[in-house]
Ligand binder design. Structure first.
Ligand code: 13P
Length: 351
């Protein structure tokens, strides 16, 4: 039961002391996040993985691509563990290295010498895609630095190939001042669609991979209208993985860390409708009883893969570590890690 798991986790954590660092993404459930030594958004957690060489074990309570990034950025003696190895990311799975390579070759062929393509991958992607970016003069972004990354990438080339999240790419492109007509969607399941629209492809400065987060796709303009009708003084804040029209209808948008900061800094009595994962929204509501905080989507479901980190898995991997056994380690192959690190370091170096 819960109390027993709590006892086991606390005991193992105490036994491991400073050799252990538990990182927790903001979407983790309360029963997990309470054990995190550090909480953060994707960017902050990547930074922390690089900044804690004293820990032998980094137990990453998040999803697979985050644990991979932690492995790439941490020191060679550190071992990264994902408590449940099936905690993946359906958006990350929407772009494979074979599809990206095919897209890259086709675009360079069609656009010719004027292509000037720079690959940009959202951190929600497999390490092999980050490595592709490292090797081809590209970079990684997160939802908190996508604008800065776009500035960097446009200083390197004329066109950006942005994957796997169409929506983060489009929202950032609009913030950067790129008109919709200069964007085109690349559907890896049907590349011909983009190729048939040749005039648009030639003009495109932003090529957006057709990938999405199913949790953030649940939010709609209708939900925002309803929240505003019921609470005229509400502030609507959403994640940039939401559709363009949702981000446009909201008052504010940004990464999970940004959403938390905005709500924490707001005065008592303020009202917030939030368009992001439910575990985070519930926690914010509990921690700020002086504010009205609710999720835009009434039939909310959690990010199903984040939810796979159950306390029983955490207890299991920690107790194994106490016994000197490393289970569910995430280890990126050295040649992939090398180039992925190049792309991640370019991002981390941005001021
Ligand atoms: P951030 O924590 O960077 O905002 O990203 C949220 C997310 O969708 C992670 O998968």
């Amino acid at each position: 039961d819960g109390a027993e798991l709590d006892r086991r986790i606390s005991q193992a954590k105490a036994a491991l002391g400073r050799r252990l660092l538990i990182l927790g993404h903001h979407y983790q459930r309360d029963e997990i996040i309470k054990y995190a030594d550090l909480r953060g958004d994707s960017f902050k957690l990547a930074q922390q993985a690089a900044a804690r060489p004293e820990a032998d074990y980094i137990v990453f309570c998040g999803v697979h691509f985050m644990a991979e990034s932690a492995d790439i950025l941490s020191a060679p003696h550190q071992q990264v563990i994902l408590p449940n190895p099936t905690a993946g990311c359906s958006m990350a799975d929407m772009a494979s290295i074979a599809e990206v390579e095919e897209c890259w070759e086709t675009l360079n062929e069609v656009l010719g010498e004027e292509a000037g393509l720079v690959p940009v991958t959202y951190i929600n992607s497999a390490a092999s895609l980050k490595a592709f970016c490292g090797e081809h003069g590209g970079i990684v972004c997160t939802s908190s630095n996508a604008f800065k990354v776009m500035e960097w990438a446009f200083s390197r080339g004329r066109r950006l190939l942005f994957f796997p999240d169409e929506h983060l790419g489009r929202n950032t492109g609009h913030a950067y001042g790129i008109p919709e007509e200069e964007m085109i969607v690349w559907n890896p399941k049907n590349p011909q669609e983009a190729l048939d629209d040749e005039a648009r492809l030639q003009r495109a400065r932003l090529i957006l991979w057709k990938g999405y987060c199913s949790t953030h796709m649940r939010f709609s303009v209708q939900q925002i209208a309803k929240a505003r009708a019921e609470h005229p003084d509400i502030t609507v804040i959403v994640h940039p993985e939401c559709r363009r029209e949702v981000v446009e209808a909201a008052d504010l948008y940004g990464s999970t860390e940004y959403i938390i900061q905005q709500i924490e800094q707001a005065p008592a009595g303020s009202k917030w409708a939030v368009g992001t994962e439910i575990n985070l929204v519930h926690r914010l509501a509990q921690e700020h009883p002086d504010k009205l905080i609710f999720c835009l989507d009434p039939i909310v479901c959690p990010c199903s893969t984040m939810y796979r980190i159950h306390p029983a898995y955490l207890a299991w991997v920690l107790e194994a570590l106490v016994e000197g056994q490393v289970i569910n380690q995430v280890k990126v192959a050295p040649e992939v890690a090398h180039w992925a690190r190049v792309a991640l370091d370019r991002m981390l170096a941005l001021k």
